[in-house]
Ligand binder design. Structure first.
Ligand SMILES: Nc1nc2c(ncn2[C@@H]2O[C@H](COP(=O)(O)OP(=O)(O)OP(=O)(O)O)[C@@H](O)[C@H]2O)c(=O)[nH]1
Length: 817
């Protein structure tokens, strides 16, 4: 049964729930997020099949899925880049879906996508439960309404109820159980086995079963007390639990239950339940939970139904954060988001830029307001460049579909030669018509409007990249530029003293993939050195103020100061923590947690005048100061020439520039030299070296504890944060999360019949989870070591935690590396 999954009254009534009569209420911009290998791509592929978008379900292991289309993805069977795809569901709804990577090295791909999404589906492996990367992406997606899909229910050891409890306790989230698993009992080699074959739909009161060999063979049956006694009991208790939970949030459902339904849980119709679940989901009060096996094509259509039923449309989604906090942003049912009460302007965010072999540069955009039309001119509010857009396209993974216009609320792609050099990830596009309509105070604010930038995490590892011959230097640099244009979480820096070019990234796999792209796709003729840790330096004390004045009319005063984050630089994100003092503005430099601080001066004042007296715009001046700050801080500190981290360049007092100069080159050079001069006046004691620290979660059998702990605390210099018994985390013996443990205990969930078949005497029933932090350097090739220490039974998840000062006794060895 492809296309519309026609599931009785409940689904029909969904249409009544949508707000407004236009198409906006029927759009869902959603992401698929999870730990590596949970089944994101397989689920996406199965959704595409049921939506009618594809005629055959591809397989990750055979490397022929729609969304994993990069050669490296197909070779390795993992998702590396987010892939966007648009499809319809129930004929009426348009789903723009982004399948994100699960590997921690590609976390920036996830962050970029989350920025433009309105809701998420979190996929969980029913055997592994809530894994470490799931906890991380769950936190990263705070504020976005989510659905959980407990996948891989066909696997031995799958535990639906156990996983739901983990969602409640580990993710601290109330749940609304939408369906529960069904099994058929069969005899294999004389042994009885429970085979997962469908779901019990709590909302619609149906038993839905699939034939795992034939994705189109689906059976939908009513559940009656006489024929299905046990199911009826599960249904009754699940409905009771669901309605009571919703009642704590939504008075309407309680009044309906008491008055119209006369206190009978079965008499609350799907339409009323759906409306209440939707309200509670959008408010973040509950997360709907469904189960299935996308590999066996079970439970995917109910998941699609849940996406349209419970996740927000663009008019119900949270508005984007913008640089101008006082700008009015209202949501209009037909126009989408309206900025500054101006219904005529269009606003879009570029969240990803790629290079396609056939189409050339492609910029992925989310339209927040208005539309982007073929032939219209838009303004990039960061670079202030205007350009005409070509035919936009909707993406079907790597297959573009031409359209004339991208409407508000949509996710699509801009292509064509006009975007080359005009767009970068994070740019905001504004319709240029406002500039043409004359600059007044309100238009000026709109022209400066920027959706807050996507913060790039600092790199952890680096490699030296060298041209094979001197003549190849220019082409190497062009290839590196192409690489970082597509992936801003890769950084290219040059060591001024040694002349070496360094390519840095988020992890070993990230750099391996970058290396592959550089050598194979971009055919760069380069040598790539061995993997090194990306150390940084920071300031212990501020520099003196350095002043520059010349007779051409330039004058400038700067100092460099440390940005104190968590007292001791133990952080990777500080934008929200920066507290600007009155009269100063902090601009993130987008790399290494560095900032440019502009104090109130003659230029900031001149911006309020009717006429701006300089040939160079304020943004050009700001961009010049930002670029010179980045270059000077990359030059490095005095201990190991490592780039400076968590530092701010403070521009104090007036900035004088000749009024008739139109190019920023001289300002760039003056400011860069001035920053370097003041840094140079510091002695070595004013600097300290920082190293990247990983947070690790090691899961091991109890009997390997001694050896693993000895290795971690000894040679790997790890600091142990906690040791837990896996079962205790959910069973309430562990001290934290008391409120959610109680919620988990009180939740009605059917017993996990499959778990009784799993071998409970083996080590998998007695797993220990060690959480620790350790220097990146010491954790290199840890997985191989762990396999040896645990006879292949241990697993480790590691993620970047922050930068920490290197203790004195290790400094020498790092500086000698
Ligand atoms: N048994 C079983 N295997 C599944 C199921 N869904 C996915 N798999 C398998 O799990 C593995 C990972 O699947 P993917 O779909 O690539 O998982 P992913 O979450 O997209 O992986 P990354 O994007 O690389 O993090 C593959 O071998 C799939 O065949 C399922 O429902 N049941």
């Amino acid at each position: 049964m492809k296309g519309v999954f026609n599931l009785s009254l409940g689904r029909c009534s969904l249409r009544m729930l949508s707000t407004g009569s236009n198409g906006l209420s029927r759009i869902r911009n959603i992401g698929i997020i999870a730990h590596i290998d949970a089944g994101k791509t397989t689920t996406t592929e199965t959704m595409l099949y049921y939506s009618g978008k594809i005629n055959r379900i591809g397989n990750v292991d055979q490397g022929d899925t729609v969304t994993d289309f990069l050669p490296q993805e197909r070779e390795r069977g993992i998702t590396i880049q987010s892939a966007a795809i648009t499809f319809n569901w129930q004929n009426n709804y348009k789903i723009n879906l982004i399948d994100t990577p699960g590997h921690a090295d590609f976390t920036f791909e996830v962050i970029k996508s989350l920025k433009v999404l309105d809701g998420c589906v979190t996929i969980l492996d029913a055997v592994a439960g809530v894994e470490a990367q799931t906890e991380k992406v769950w936190k990263q997606s705070t504020g976005l309404p989510k659905i959980c899909f407990i996948n891989k229910m066909d696997r031995i050891g799958a535990g639906f109820s156990r996983t739901v409890k983990e969602v409640i306790v580990k993710l601290k989230q109330r749940v609304a159980v939408i369906n529960t698993p069904l099994f058929r009992t069969t005899t294999i080699n004389g042994m009885k086995e429970d085979i997962f074959n469908g779901v019990l739909d709590i909302v619609n009161m149906k038993k839905i079963t699939w034939d795992s060999e034939n994705p189109d063979d689906i059976k939908i049956e009513d559940v009656t007390g006489t024929i299905n006694k046990d199911l009826y009991e599960t249904l009754s208790r699940s409905r009771e639990s669901l309605i009571e939970k919703l009642g704590e949030f939504d008075e309407n459902i309680i009044s309906y239950f008491l008055e119209e339904a006369e206190g009978d849980y079965f008499k609350v119709p799907p339409s009323i339940l759906n409306e209440s679940i939707r309200k509670a989901t959008l408010a973040g009060y509950v997360t709907p939970v469904l189960c299935g096996s996308s590999f066996k094509h079970i439970g995917v259509q109910p998941l699609l139904d849940a996406i349209v039923s419970y996740l927000p449309s663009p008019i119900e989604a949270r508005p984007p954060e913008v640089n101008n906090k006082s700008m009015k942003l209202v949501i209009d049912p037909s126009n989408g988001m309206v900025f500054d009460n101006n219904k005529n302007i269009s606003v879009a965010l570029v969240f990803k830029v790629i290079r396609d072999k056939i189409r050339g540069m492609m910029a992925f955009v989310r339209v927040y307001s208005g539309s982007l039309k073929n032939g219209h001119t838009v303004l990039n509010s960061s670079s202030k460049k205007s350009f005409k857009i070509g035919k936009p396209v909707l993406m079907n993974a790597n297959i573009p579909e031409d359209v004339q216009v991208l409407h508000t609320g949509e996710i699509g792609v801009l292509t064509g030669t006009s975007i080359i050099g005009n767009l970068e990830t994070g740019d905001t596009l504004i319709s240029d018509s406002i500039r043409k309509s004359g600059i007044n105070a309100s238009n000026k604010e709109l022209l400066d409007l920027k959706i807050n930038p996507i913060i790039v995490p600092p790199p952890v590892f680096s490699v030296v990249v060298e041209p094979k011959t001197l003549g190849n230097k220019a082409s190497m640099e062009a290839s590196l530029q192409a690489l970082i244009m597509e992936d801003p979480s890769l950084h290219v820096t040059r060591d001024e003293e040694s002349g070496q070019t360094m390519l840095s990234g988020m992890g070993v796999l990230h750099l391996e993939i970058a290396r592959d792209k550089l050598l194979n796709e971009l055919s760069a003729d380069v040598n790539i050195g061995k993997l090194m840790v990306s150390y940084k330096e920071t300031l212990e004390t501020p520099t003196d103020i350095a002043e520059y004045v010349d007779d051409k009319g330039y004058s400038l005063s700067v100092k460099v100061e440390p940005v104190l984050c968590d007292n001791d630089h133990k952080t990777q994100f500080t934008v929200n923590k920066i507290i600007e003092k009155p009269g100063e503005i902090w601009y993130p430099l987008g790399i290494d947690n560095n900032y440019l601080i502009i104090e109130k001066n003659n230029l900031t004042e001149a911006r309020n005048l009717k006429f701006w007296p300089y040939l160079m715009s304020y943004d050009m001046i700001l961009n010049a100061l930002s670029s010179s700050s980045i270059a000077a801080l990359q030059y490095g500190g005095k201990l190991g020439n490592f780039p400076l981290f968590s530092c701010a360049i403070r521009v104090s007092g007036d900035i004088n520039i000749p009024k008739d100069v139109s190019k920023p080159n001289e300002l760039l050079s003056i400011s860069r030299k001035l920053i370097l001069k003041t840094l140079n006046q510091l002695n070595e004691n004013s600097f300290s070296v920082l190293e990247p620290i990983m947070k690790i979660e090691v899961t091991i059998p109890q009997k390997a504890m001694g050896n693993v702990m000895q290795d971690l605390t000894g040679s790997r210099k790890a600091i142990i944060l906690s040791i837990d018994d896996e079962t205790e985390i959910i069973d309430g013996k562990n001290g934290s999360n008391v409120e959610f443990k109680e919620l988990a205990e009180n939740e009605y969930l059917p017993s996990d019949i499959t778990l009784k078949n799993a071998n409970l005497n083996d080590d998998s029933s007695n797993l220990k989870i060690i959480k620790a932090s350790a220097p990146v350097k010491e954790m290199m090739s840890y997985s191989t070591k762990l396999r040896g220490l645990t006879e292949g039974r241990g697993s480790v998840y590691s993620t970047y935690h922050g930068m920490e000062k290197v203790p004195c006794d290790h400094l020498e060895s790092i500086l000698n590396e």
